[in-house]
Design a protein around this ligand. Structure first.
Ligand SMILES: *Cc1c(COP(=O)(O)O)cnc(C)c1O
Length: 373
């Protein structure tokens, strides 16, 4: 099935890739091949601000033409643009920041496996990603070939999972696994499926948001032969939910893949209750269930992206009770030094008096509940 671009990307295609056809635009290989990776290319598409122009020669960039078509030409503070265009702020390193804030290397028993929780592992299967998010937790690993991109590099991972029967859930990440060929994805999934104790497989990916052309019928046919397969899709802002993205998610959902979303809370990008509400509502409409809202990890040069924790709590408070429970993600901090994801909730539990539990509802009204002793 081909995806018809909405008028906006087509105009963009004719303007910036005049010799390319609509069919090429809809081909994910073409999108990766023509991705923006240099200052020269970027300058032809948007008017760079002073703050943006300086660091780009030093910092790796990668933006698919599709995602670039969503960027505002003249507005450097537009959300989509801030997610992928580096600024001078990235060169400023603050205390507490680190290249590997989650100490994933420390929790890695064999290359490419992070085993932090008792019953599940993270399997980093490629270092390649189609689009570099400026706030990425694994920016230190992506594009720098820290992950084995050859199939032989996966063997130790398979062996480790096989040797640990307590692993019932394998979370595939990277890089982005959906940038691999259908054949490689099939090889990966079939090897994992041969391990009897692996109950569920999950793929964490940004591809449906930045490269929706990748969700082809042949990929869907591969994915649906390895159920139960779940996906966590990375979304940041309601402007990402275009007709192309809606179609990609609908096709994944129709292939029986339960879809969750992961969103990083980012200053000036999505740190308003209304923005977040628009995002979670748009996600539910395309059958993506908001799963996690992450406090931004303290990667090097991330100060300008990080909000106070009170902001995240305020957003959850502004959602709970005011909209569908299905729309509300878990707000978590992935604790530095390998503490794992720690959930944070506004204070609805006020305390107790004798056997009465004192609770505050979403409107700020106080209620008591007689607890059993
Ligand atoms: C996030 C994460 C998981 C999965 O956690 P869930 O809460 O089950 O989604 C597993 N391993 C690592 C290292 C993680 O960072």
């Amino acid at each position: 099935m081909t995806i018809s671009p909405s008028p906006l990307p087509l105009d963009f295609l004719h303007q910036h890739y005049p010799s390319a056809t609509e069919q090429q635009w809809n081909d994910w290989h073409w999108q990766i091949k023509h991705s923006i990776t240099s200052l020269e290319q970027l300058q032809k598409i948007i008017h760079l601000s002073d703050k943006e122009i300086q660091p780009i020669s030093r910092l790796p960039i990668r933006i698919t033409p599709y995602y670039a078509s969503l960027m505002a030409k003249d507005n450097a503070s537009q959300a989509i643009r801030r997610c992928v265009v580096p600024t001078a702020d990235e060169l400023m390193v603050s205390p507490g920041e680190s290249a590997d804030p989650l100490s994933e290397k420390h929790d890695s028993p064999v290359p490419n496996i992070v085993h932090r929780y008792p019953d599940r592992v993270l399997f980093l299967v490629t270092g390649f990603c189609s689009t570099y998010c400026r706030y990425c937790t694994r920016s230190h690993a992506v594009a720098k070939d820290q992950c084995h991109t050859h199939t032989s590099g996966w063997q130790q991972g398979f062996e480790y999972i096989k040797a640990h029967p307590q692993i019932r859930d394998v979370l595939i990440s990277g890089g982005d696994a959906l940038t691999m060929s259908d054949a490689r994805i099939e090889f990966l999934l079939s090897n994992l499926r041969q391990i009897p104790h692996v109950e569920i497989i999950r793929i964490g990916t940004k591809v449906p948001a930045v490269l929706p052309q990748r969700i082809t019928q042949t990929l869907l046919d591969v994915l649906k032969s390895y159920h139960p397969l779940w996906m966590s899709l990375h979304f940041t802002h309601p402007d990402e939910i275009t007709p192309e993205v809606a179609q990609a998610c609908t096709q994944l959902a129709n292939a029986g893949v339960p879809l969750g979303s992961q969103t990083v809370l980012l200053k000036g990008i999505n740190d308003e209750v209304t923005t977040m509400k628009n995002l979670v509502h748009a996600l539910l409409k395309i059958r993506v269930r908001p799963y996690y809202l992450y406090q931004c990890d303290p990667i090097l040069g991330s100060t300008h992206f990080r909000t106070p924790v009170t902001k995240g709590l305020e957003i959850i408070k502004g959602l709970r009770g005011f909209t569908s429970g299905y729309a509300i993600p878990h707000y978590v901090i992935d604790a530095p030094n390998g503490g794992g994801k720690i959930p944070l909730l506004p204070e609805y539990y006020i305390g107790r008096e004798d056997n009465q539990v004192i609770l505050e509802n979403y409107e700020g009204k106080i209620f008591t509940y007689a607890d059993s002793v």
